[in-house]
Design a protein around this ligand. Structure first.
Ligand SMILES: C[S@@+](CC[C@H](N)C(=O)[O-])C[C@H]1O[C@@H](n2cnc3c(N)ncnc32)[C@H](O)[C@@H]1O
Length: 738
């Protein structure tokens, strides 16, 4: 309680100006000792206090008096504002909240132009002293040096509205510093003008935080900055018409709030082994922080303008890998060994359950019992995108001989070899986002029995998973625990029953919008009306295409799941209709066949491998080249060396005439910037998986390769060249590769 005498004392106190923080303090010596000069000696503090006393008496004696002529001359000068500020400063006033463009007005004081009245000696020395007395290592000096002290004017509506908001709602808080922090942050993000565009610039936000950390700003201060920015953004989202004015910006702001929360958390996080049990958010920080980047990359691979993973940067490919590893290690509480050893066949044999979970049984870890990875449908889609798109590209980077695990391990590193140390990957992933590393051990300790890790190992995966989920979502956890206790299953619950219980329980609040009914309904939908939209296709539609088709139907509830529809897709019956499909025509025209990758087998040349499964009868690609007569083909072949002659496709055309497709040029005239796949497919007389079929489109022959059986991912494409028959013009050739 404040007594009357205290109030009286405060009003009587002599406020002296602190030359460091430029604030008036009622007890300057105490303030200097505790804050601004905490590393200085008593003598230095005494000098500073004496100086402040002298300054204030100087100000009272001289600074308050103005000659009328002086005021007139200021207002008549070309830049009255700057002149006025200079004049005030010279007289011992402190001008606050200087807009950035006027920031250097004070600095100019020391080199005054002859037309300006000279500053009095005490003021000059004060300014000089102010600079001198801050040690070079003082945070503020470093901020000044790096331009981090510059800020936007607080008069800008974006900031002044925020001030009024704080003033109204948090009048008892000292919010001025908060607004200044925001003003400085906004200046860093965009020196031209304050704006909310920063919500889209995560990297720059991180850079700002990094810069603050570099100059040894305390973790507390960094956290305060992030708190202020968050409150500022929340104010604009919740108390202004932002959501109506700019829906996109509003949506991005929502995501940015989450990002800032995680960033702030990472500064709150004291990474140590005795982490409290329900600290999942700390462990998942990197997953939250990297999510947008990760989704950006996935979006490139499955979105409407999807590109092949070959065109991703190496950094993007590695990001996908690290993110998925993090899901397993940090979210799924799996051991690094599970990540290292998980195999492709374990992935392919995954099971989708009615409640919307997908489980992968990993049984390949030496000295470990089978473990179950439990994924949501969305996560499954990410893993599958990695598997079908990114992984083959990484595999393709492999140099030297294939080990015996070739193509078997699920996680492949950037060098094309199977991932060696998922723990190191986690470390690098955290470093990438400037977050303190969370190791798999920390997560397992926190979510297992805190001291005895062995107890944790005994837990079933579903129990581990429920524990994680409990931390995610308390209401769901309470319900789940109630269900668990009602069903009489306590810690004694068997591994199998716990697992079954999890699978029976519909996922709640996984953020994926999956509901149990929808999962059931999907099954019913597959093969019915959904396929109505795709029956004309001879090539499997992309997930994005199915998603957009489903969206267009306007169904509001129980939308079928695109990945399930995709998994059950079959090409339509008769192959003769292949070229009726507009998609196939487009592909033939543009030569942008998807799901294929050019690879190389040591000593055997190039080949084509699949990066997605193909269903029996599906069109895989065509043999693209220049249509010539058989004679012309033979003439070209005769002019070439034996190695070059393998790119001539001899066949009988629709009129029964022998013809040839000449693909001997690496790049054809019509697609000079892309390698076509057909010419690189190798021969296999028996174990082939493609059958070439001739079609006629717009009067021209087209050789399409249809899948002769179901083809899995990463399989090499092969067809029978028919080299024993004369149609290949094989006589006399030295086909030593056969
Ligand atoms: C259409 S090209 C195939 C792509 C070729 N490997 C490349 O690197 O450009 C045909 C040539 O590939 C080679 N080839 C095709 N099938 C092969 C096989 N099964 N084993 C080894 N070489 C083969 C032969 O040299 C043949 O002339």
């Amino acid at each position: 309680m404040i007594s009357l005498s205290t109030v009286q004392m405060a009003s009587d106190a002599n406020f002296l100006l602190c030359h460091v923080c430029l604030k008036a303090r009622c007890s300057l010596p105490r303030h200097l000792r505790k804050k601004c000069m905490q590393h200085s000696t008593e003598e230095e503090i005494e000098v500073a206090v004496d100086k402040a006393k002298k300054d204030v008496s100087e100000f009272l004696r001289k600074g308050r008096f103005w000659k009328y002529s002086e005021i007139v001359s200021i207002f008549q000068s070309p830049d009255p504002c700057s002149r006025m500020i200079k004049e005030l400063q010279k007289r011992g006033n402190v001008v606050m909240d200087l807009p950035s463009q006027l920031d250097d007005v004070g600095a100019e004081d020391t080199a005054q132009s002859p037309s300006q009245p000279l500053a009095t000696e005490p003021e000059q020395s004060r300014q000089h002293k102010r600079k001198r007395m801050r040690p070079e290592t003082h945070v503020w000096v470093l901020m000044e040096k790096r331009g981090l002290n510059k800020k936007h004017s607080l008069c800008h509506p974006l900031l002044s509205d925020f001030i009024s908001h704080l003033d109204t709602n948090f009048y008892d808080e000292c919010y001025k510093q908060e607004v200044e922090q925001v003003a400085r942050f906004l200046y860093f993000m965009d020196p031209t003008a304050p704006s909310l565009e920063f919500v889209r610039q995560y990297e720059r936000i991180q850079e700002y935080v990094r810069k603050l950390t570099e100059i040894k700003v305390s973790r507390n201060t960094v956290r305060n900055y992030l708190f202020s920015i968050k409150r500022f953004l929340k104010y604009h989202m919740e108390d202004t018409d932002l959501s109506f004015r700019d829906k996109d910006l509003y949506d991005d702001s929502v995501a940015c709030i989450q990002f800032l929360t995680c960033l702030k958390l990472s500064y709150t996080m004291k990474v140590c082994t005795d982490v409290p049990r329900n600290s999942s958010h700390r462990f998942l920080a990197v997953i939250y922080v990297a999510k947008n980047d990760f989704l950006g990359v996935i979006g490139k691979l499955i979105g409407p303008d999807r590109i092949s993973a070959e065109f991703l940067t190496k950094h993007e490919q590695v990001l996908v890998l690290y993110y998925l590893e993090a899901i397993l290690i940090l979210k799924q509480v799996q051991r690094p060994a599970v990540v290292r050893n998980m195999t492709v066949s374990e992935w392919v044999c995954r099971t989708q359950h009615e409640n919307g979970y997908v489980t992968v049984k990993v049984d390949s870890v030496p000295l470990m019992h089978m473990t179950v990875v439990i994924l949501t449908l969305e996560e499954e889609m990410w893993f599958d995108t990695y598997y079908t798109e990114v992984r083959p590209v990484m595999l393709g980077r492999r140099k030297g001989r294939w080990g015996k695990d070739y193509g078997e391990r699920f996680f492949i590193s950037a060098t094309g070899k199977s991932v060696y140390s998922p723990s190191n990957d986690m470390h690098r992933f955290h470093q990438l986002y400037n977050l303190p590393t969370v190791t798999s051990m920390m997560v397992r300790r926190a979510f297992g029995q805190s001291s005895v890790d062995m107890d944790y190992i005994k837990l079933s995966n579903s129990e581990k998973h429920s524990r994680m989920k409990e931390c995610y979502n308390t209401p769901a956890a309470v319900k789940r625990q109630t269900e668990t206790s009602q069903s009489g299953i306590g810690t004694e619950m068997g591994k199998q029953s716990a697992y079954d219980l999890l699978l029976r329980t519909p996922p709640r609040n996984c953020g994926d919008g999956i509901c149990r009914r929808a999962a059931f309904w999907n099954v019913a939908m597959v093969g019915r009306s959904v396929f109505g939209g795709f029956t004309f296709l001879r090539r499997q539609p992309s997930v994005a295409r199915i998603v957009s088709w489903i969206k267009k139907q306007g169904w509001r509830k129980n939308r079928p799941d695109a990945s399930r529809v995709l998994a059950s897709w079959m090409p339509p019956g008769g192959v003769a209709s292949s070229l009726d499909s507009p998609v196939i025509r487009k592909m033939v025209r543009r030569q942008k066949w998807k799901g294929l990758l050019v690879s190389e087998i040591e000593g055997k040349g190039r080949c084509v491998v699949t990066t997605r499964p193909f269903v029996n009868g599906e069109v895989v690609c065509d043999y693209h080249g220049r249509l010539v007569s058989r004679q012309e083909g033979l003439r070209i072949r005769a002019s070439m060396s034996a190695g070059e002659s393998g790119y001539m496709f001899f066949y009988t055309d629709s009129h029964g005439q022998a013809a040839c497709i000449d693909a001997h040029n690496e790049l054809c005239e019509c697609h000079p910037d892309q390698v076509t796949f057909g010419r690189l497919i190798r021969h296999a007389a028996e174990k082939n998986n493609l059958r070439p079929r001739r079609f006629v489109a717009e009067g021209k022959d087209v050789i399409l390769f249809l899948a002769a059986r179901d083809i899995q991912i990463n399989e090499e494409l092969l067809y029978n060249y028919g080299v024993n028959r004369r149609c290949f013009a094989g006589e006399g050739l030295d086909l030593d590769w056969l």
